[in-house]
Design a binder for this molecule. Structure first.
Ligand code: HEC
Length: 172
């Protein structure tokens, strides 16, 4: 038997054994479904990125966006704004609540206007508007950190790029 087939057959055999054992022990369908549901919940929990990890991602994109805009690299800035938008949606979906904070509601409410202004500024390739929108965006980050009892997390305009292997200066 090839190794690949053995790798496929081993879990199949285990599944059958568990399945048959379940029949033998008289485990009914409802109990099996409940057990599968619990396993699914555990898997989702284990593989869902925590809010803190998604916030680190948000912080990296926030900084990279700044340097893309400062370099006048509008396609890269456009990419970063888009990624930030997706991250906000992911946070809304995966972490509706953080302790007593209604994250899903707040994050959209607080960041969407600034994200829309960022999109407009990037489309218009207008650095002055970009700076204003970027600062509004940063104010939104901090407003939520205060609302979340995390006032020690103060976000600011970055002073150096977080990704030095990503080229910010556009090809001329
Ligand atoms: C809806 C509320 C909310 C908004 C908006 C928000 N944050 Fe957060 N942020 C939190 C919470 C809550 C934590 C603490 C998470 C934890 O401790 O698990 C956090 C933590 C962080 C951290 C620390 C992560 C770590 O563990 O090292 C960073 C960095 C961060 N946020 C960046 C940002 C940036 C940048 C923005 C804006 C682009 C932003 N946040 C917007 C609620 C928010």
């Amino acid at each position: 038997m090839t190794q690949r087939r053995a790798m496929f057959l081993a879990p199949a055999a285990l599944f059958l054994t568990v399945g048959l054992a379940a029949c033998d022990s008289g485990m009914d369908e409802a109990a099996l479904e409940a057990r599968l549901g619990a396993m699914q919940a555990e898997l989702e929990d284990r593989f869902t990125p925590g809010l803190h990890s998604l916030m680190v991602d948000l912080g990296v994109r926030h900084a990279n966006l700044w340097f893309a805009g400062q370099a006048g690299n509008w396609p890269l800035a456009d990419y970063m704004v888009h990624e930030l938008e997706e991250l906000v949606e992911e946070i809304e979906e995966l972490h509706p609540m953080y302790r007593e904070v209604r994250v899903a509601e707040l994050i959209g409410e607080m960041t969407n206007p600034a994200i829309e202004d960022l999109e407009d500024a990037v489309d218009a390739r207008d650095f002055a508007a970009f700076q204003r929108a970027f600062d509004d965006f940063t104010v939104a980050c901090n407003a939520c950190h205060i609302a979340s009892d995390k006032s020690e997390l103060v976000i600011q305009r970055p002073t150096g790029p977080m990704s030095t292997n990503l080229r910010f200066i556009p090809e001329r």
